[in-house]
Design a protein around this ligand. Structure first.
Ligand code: ZN
Length: 217
């Protein structure tokens, strides 16, 4: 299978899709969010710097993200295909990523863009609920991720709570910023002919099947 680089706006379902691909096709999931958390836990030099940046409320810059990714790619098991999630976020990162992949002799890559409108993404994010007991996530606005009984956890039978890390306005800003930063990346990969665009509103089964066909080429 080809390696997959995900470009997906917030709430496009990247997490769920990644998990399914890992389970079904034994992909290694490389998530920048996880890498950042690991690095802080290890208290490495990078991790200490990162902790400081976050404490000061600053954004993690390109150089830092590139460093982090370089360390990870250099230590990869090359027999296993990977899913890259959260990187690249800027054109600069995309160009650097190319260099890193070439120097690690990783050549067979597929870029998957999960296409979703702001309207649909907003609907999804507002429907996100979580079980306060087992922490299982549901989505009241997504047929496939709904609980069996309205607002009740399938497993624990307790009431679900809204996950309120976003309100409508902050989500809209986050979404628009994402599109602005990533549209040059999409053009970049389109020119390289390794980009596919997938309708994020399709069923999970269809999405996985579509990705599988392309990843096996
Ligand atoms: Zn539960």
């Amino acid at each position: 299978m080809r390696n997959i680089i995900f470009i997906a706006p917030p709430a496009a379902g990247k997490g769920t899709i990644s998990d399914l691909l890992v389970k079904s096709y034994n992909y290694e999931h490389i998530s920048t969010g996880d890498l950042l958390r690991e690095e802080i836990k290890k208290s490495s030099d990078l991790g200490k710097k990162l902790d400081e940046i976050i404490k000061q409320g600053k954004l993690v810059n390109d150089e830092f993200m590139i460093n982090l990714m370089e360390n990870k790619l250099n230590s990869l098991d090359t027999n296993k295909s990977f899913i890259l999630d959260g990187f690249p976020r800027t054109l600069e990162q995309a160009k650097k990523l190319d260099e890193m992949l070439v120097s690690n002799k990783v050549t067979n890559n597929l870029v998957v863009y999960l296409n979703i409108s702001l309207e649909e993404a907003l609907k999804r994010v507002m429907g996100r609920v979580i079980c306060p007991n087992c922490k299982r996530s549901y989505n009241l606005n997504n047929e496939e991720l709904k609980p069996k009984v309205d607002n009740i956890c399938d497993d624990c039978k307790v009431g679900l709570e809204h996950r309120s890390d976003d309100n409508e306005e902050t989500f809209k800003t986050r979404f628009q910023n994402y599109l602005e930063n990533t549209s040059p990346i999409l053009d970049y990969y389109k020119d390289k002919r390794i980009l596919i665009s997938i309708d994020a509103m399709d069923t999970l089964d269809n999405i996985i099947a579509e990705i599988k066909i392309e990843a096996e080429k």
